[in-house]
Design a protein around this ligand. Sequence first.
Ligand SMILES: [Zn+2]
Ligand SMILES: [Zn+2]
Length: 501
Amino acid sequence: MSEDYQKIEEYFLKTFGLTLRSVYWGEFHAHTCYSIDAKGMGARCPEAAFKFARKPEREGGPQLDFLALNDHAEMPSRPQPTSETDQDEHLRWVYETYEDAPDPLWQSTLGISRAHNKEDVPREAERFIVFPGWEYTNVKDMRIAGSHVGYGHKTVIFQNLNPTGDDAPLPDVRYAAGTPLEPGDRSKNAPTPAALWRRLEEHRPSRTERIGSALTIIHTPAKGGVKINDHSSDVDIVDVDFVRNIEIYSQHGNSEGPPPGHNKNLNPKDRFNEISTNDPSKTVRALIHDKWCENGDARYRFSFIACTDNHMGLPGYMGKQETMGEGEEASPVDAISDHVMAYHGGKTGIPAKRKVRDALWKNLWRRHTIASSGYKIPVLFAGEIKTTEHQVKPLLMGDCYEGEGVSAVHLRAIAPSHVVHYKNEYESCDSIQKIAVGIRRIDLMIDGELVDSFPGNILDKVIDDLDPGKRHFIYIRVVTDDENRVWTSPIYIGKPERSIR
Ligand SMILES: [Zn+2]
Ligand SMILES: [Zn+2]
């Protein structure tokens, strides 16, 4: 451990109370046999999905700290009458047990979530926090979605699994984009995102409680240019009380996209998967540059998260979707044009002083997140701004500074020098490979451009030529020896056109 590293480590501890051990891992986008498309691929049911999520890394599991399952509200699985698969037997049990409920799969998801939620155990390592959730799947011109516009997909997650007292209660049905296949309760559809947010009204932050208790997370825009679905208009409508995070990576690929104004990236170090180049304005970098830097729209100051969108009931699984057959999985930066599920699954890291539900939620809501293309590589990133008035203010990744006259920013980041990973081929326990992956470099990204790269796992740099009259966003990309990536959420600097929460 070098002296420089220790200095930065100390800075994060003193300023934010955080160390690299404060980063917890999980995800907010995994499907089980309760989604009809996942069932068709042989997905495990929620019980097995939770068991997999908690399985130790040395046994080939992801050993997650937190998780939301996100089955499609619009595509509920139904049991086949005569089939004896585990899935069908379980689904028959669900529909019998929750016969009188308007949304049996939702009630069952909540029941199984409660059985697997382990937030009260004293030992932190054994704690596992389940956030209730589903996927709102607004697909263009698809009968079940009931929308000719196609507003995109969002994962819907809630802070509380067991709301008490003043907490907003959990809904009794999942608000779907259109008519669920059957039986479903059509009276509570939400054909547009605005309708969805209206239904979630009780979860909106109040004047006293600055943090809301539901989030709707923008589905990976990487899929935006792909012909089978139209997820892309997802980014057109944003309610900042619910939309604060964006999936920059999932099994659909890397949505970071090209630098603003370019259809292809020009710097050989600045690669991303080209699946997203069909519409550069809908990829993360160009989107934030356009909406925030150029137009001052404060709603587009997103935090970055990553997930799997695994349809096998394998949350947190860093491997290719099992059912996609033979062939290499693509690295986060390789272009694959013929299939949208060729990439391995990502994970979200949330720093928190303690591994407790409310601390994780608060930091997710406040945009303090990092997004990994798979490995659990903790990263801390901060910028200490100096204004022309000689004010100094520390900003943790995801923070915004709305004052004017920022001329300099002192950037600091640390990551481990390498990470030990247990690679698991298709969840068969006998083929676990222990590998050590080194950190190659840290890329510094200012306003969507790769401005510099630093070898190793620390960053300590003063930028003193920021234009104080402009709006900025600054994040880093930690790149491993095998081209995997961890993106930190950006820090946002500058005055919005209109002030919002
Ligand atoms: Zn989706
Ligand atoms: Zn999904």
